[in-house]
Design a protein around this ligand. Structure first.
Ligand code: ADE
Length: 249
């Protein structure tokens, strides 16, 4: 799978692509990342890529010609072109899975107030936001997308790790512990030392549901939740209401 990134700041990606899991995936040929400087497609003497907005208002808009030329020079007609913008559809693990299983795609990073709408209308297939906040540009968002997609490409990380993630799908992850068994008076929960796989699975599920109830309670209303997780959520909520399991039985 090859991801092409169109940006006005290609240097931002260097350190990131040379580190960690992503660097290994690239060196093993599992993932290819091509970083393309949009400015090199601007034909005027000063390689200008931005201009004032029609209709007035503060800030500059990215000009359409260099972006169109960059897309036409790097991306096959009909290929998926994802524009990173706070005004896009929320990015989720499902989007990452979808991109990881699909063909090559291009990420288009906006700067300033954004890009000329006519480029979006002509080339962009998806508009994606990584969260309800405004970044200085789409580059950090592109790194988030590349990272989360690359680790889902077969062979990049072990199937076991991915399976563990899909087990906790729809819930926040349970807490993790490593050696030593006791750290500053705090012991690792006994169940994790027991070697009892089923009890460990149940404990982790309970912790996942508890954490989800605390930070993302709306996720517990999803239809996709397993019946086991749903039952645990119901119990936890009952306890939270002051009608705990022990009191009602
Ligand atoms: N560009 C600026 N803010 C962004 C966001 N939240 N998501 C994606 N691209 C962006």
């Amino acid at each position: 799978m090859t991801v092409t990134i169109l940006t006005l700041f290609p240097g931002l990606f260097q350190g990131y692509l040379e580190s960690s899991i992503l660097a290994r995936a690239i060196s093993r040929g599992l993932v290819g990342v091509k970083v393309v400087d949009i400015r090199s497609f601007a034909v005027d003497k000063h390689h200008v890529c931005d201009d004032a907005a029609y209709g007035g208002g503060p800030g500059m808009v990215m000009k359409p010609e260099p972006i169109a030329a960059a897309l036409e020079g790097t991306t096959a007609p009909g290929a998926r072109v994802v524009y990173l913008t706070p005004a896009g559809r929320p990015f989720t693990q499902r989007t990452a899975l979808d991109l990881a299983h699909g063909p090559d795609f291009t990420l288009l990073c906006g700067r300033y107030e954004g890009i000329d709408q006519r480029v979006i209308d002509s080339f962009v297939t998806d508009e994606i936001s990584i969260g309800d906040y405004v970044l200085s540009g789409g580059e950090t968002a592109a790194m988030v997308v590349v990272d989360s997609v690359a680790r889902l490409v077969p062979g990049v990380i072990t199937g076991e790790s991915l399976q563990e993630e899909s087990f906790s799908e729809g819930l926040l992850e349970y807490p993790h512990y490593t050696r030593p068994e006791e750290f500053r008076g705090m012991r690792v929960p006994e169940v994790l030392l027991s070697g009892h796989h089923e009890k460990i699975r149940q404990w982790r599920l309970l912790k996942s549901v508890e954490k989800t109830e605390r930070y993302r309670p709306e996720l517990l209303d999803s239809e996709d939740l397993s019946s086991e997780a749903r039952d645990l959520a119901r119990q936890i909520r009952k306890e939270g209401d002051g009608h705990g399991r022990d009191e009602v039985t």
